[in-house]
Design a protein around this ligand. Structure first.
Ligand SMILES: Cc1cc2nc3c(=O)[nH]c(=O)nc-3n(C[C@H](O)[C@H](O)[C@H](O)COP(=O)(O)O)c2cc1C
Length: 188
């Protein structure tokens, strides 16, 4: 238990702007996928998948994110469009996490499936962290826009949940405070 808590306590979010090479190699990405595959999964629906964004796709992704930001924020200032470009270019390795949520299963409601997506994300973060890589998650309304949906050919029940930038951190943001563990449970 102590070893597990140590692993969990070591995980923390990096800033994508401070991620440089090296990023994970093929073997590490394979271990990350294995970790994600071990997530608890009611109905065994596997309600998630990862998309690997290659170096040669970054410029195109930047254009997609600029268009997505315009769709999400019609009055977006130029600074927001610059940030949208940065989201596509930061991090030596960039993944997308897509949720595949079915709403036709009364015994496995969407909330169960979303929890599996979150568990898969945490497993992936832990595996990458233990392999020595820093990770930064990014989400936002722009990921649910028609521009992004069309670019990635998402099915109607798929959601581009977040970006995962992975690499080596040259600097870290301050560690985030965590809730008092004893406050997380009541007696009934
Ligand atoms: C689904 C999800 C989406 C997130 N999106 C963002 C984001 O858009 N921008 C950001 O700076 N951090 C994002 N984060 C990271 C959280 O801000 C971070 O986990 C939180 O501040 C706690 O810090 P820690 O990860 O170091 O424990 C996201 C985390 C999750 C789980």
């Amino acid at each position: 238990m102590t070893a597990l808590l140590d692993v969990l306590a070591r995980r923390r979010s990096a800033s994508a702007k401070f991620l440089v090479a090296p990023g994970p190699d093929e073997a590490t990405l394979g271990q990350m996928l294995k970790a994600a595959s071990l997530a608890p999964d009611h109905g065994r629906l596997v309600p998630f998948r990862f998309i690997r964004i290659t170096e040669s796709s970054r410029a195109r992704l930047a254009d997609v994110f600029v268009e997505a930001t315009r769709q999400d924020m019609p009055d977006a200032p130029a600074s927001e469009l610059d940030k949208a470009r940065e989201k596509a270019t930061q991090g030596p390795c960039l993944l997308g996490l897509v949720a595949k949520i079915r709403s036709d299963l009364p015994k496995v409601p969407p909330s169960d499936q979303w929890l599996t997506v979150g568990c898969a994300l945490e497993n992936a973060l832990l595996a990458l962290g233990e392999a020595g890589y820093a990770t930064a998650i990014r989400s936002g309304g722009y990921l649910e826009t028609p521009a992004v949906r069309a670019a990635f050919g998402l099915a109607d029940n798929e959601h581009f949940t977040c970006l995962l930038a992975i690499g080596t951190a040259t600097d870290w943001p301050p560690a985030k405070p965590k809730p008092e563990a004893a406050s997380l449970m009541s007696i009934w």
